[in-house]
Design a protein around this ligand. Sequence first.
Ligand code: AMP
Length: 244
Amino acid sequence: LPDYAYVYGLPYQLYQEDKIRRYGFHGTSHQYVSQTAAVSLKQPLTAIRLVSCHLGNGCSITAVKEGKSIDTSMGFTPLEGLIMGTRCGDIDPAIIFYLKRKTGLTRDAVESLLNKDSGLKGICSVNDMREIEELAHAANPRAGLAIEMYCYRIKKYIGAYAAALGWLDALIFTAGIGENSTFIRAGVCQGLAHLGIEVDPEKNDQKSFSAFEIQKQGSRVRVLVIPTNEEREIAEQVVACIEN
Ligand code: AMP
């Protein structure tokens, strides 16, 4: 990541002395699916610009410019960024001080609330997306809200990263939700035609154990569903390391 993306707007010595900066997570997965996307696009990874959405129980989104991450949504810890199964993602940090003053919760209790009782679970009491989708289809309003919030946050990041990249060749969906949820992929991509992202509902409906494309014919940006394989990426990196 470039320094302007990883340094927080905090006193600079907190970065220098305490190493407080954006680190990012899910790098192994983002690397694997980016490489696989390059193969699908029949272009070298160093020639394309991608946004990779890892949507599992933990969720993160990364902007990949010519093979290098230039920004990513998880930060100093995995708590920042997208709304996740049980993590809140981005919030106003002042909420933490307000919460402590108002409720008298301990630091550990607040930390646990933000990590384990927030996100999708905090909104609708359930953190498994399959169950949330069922509840939403049965007109459960909180499940509907959780899904809207979830998709909206991802959409905002896609817009931000398209701006950071200056161009977008492909949008990637991966991990449990990204690979399997037709409904979430459609919700995220809805209204992004102005960025060149248009999904074909029939292609989006397919199930496969290998990578597939779901963009409409004529969509400027390719939309790829790629099963992640972090174990393989780790093994390949270990082999490369040993061979070097
Ligand atoms: P992961 O952490 O990558 O294993 O992903 C776990 C998440 O994927 C959970 O929220 C699951 O509910 C979700 N998931 C798995 N399969 C499906 C599916 N068919 N439809 C929607 N969500 C799914």
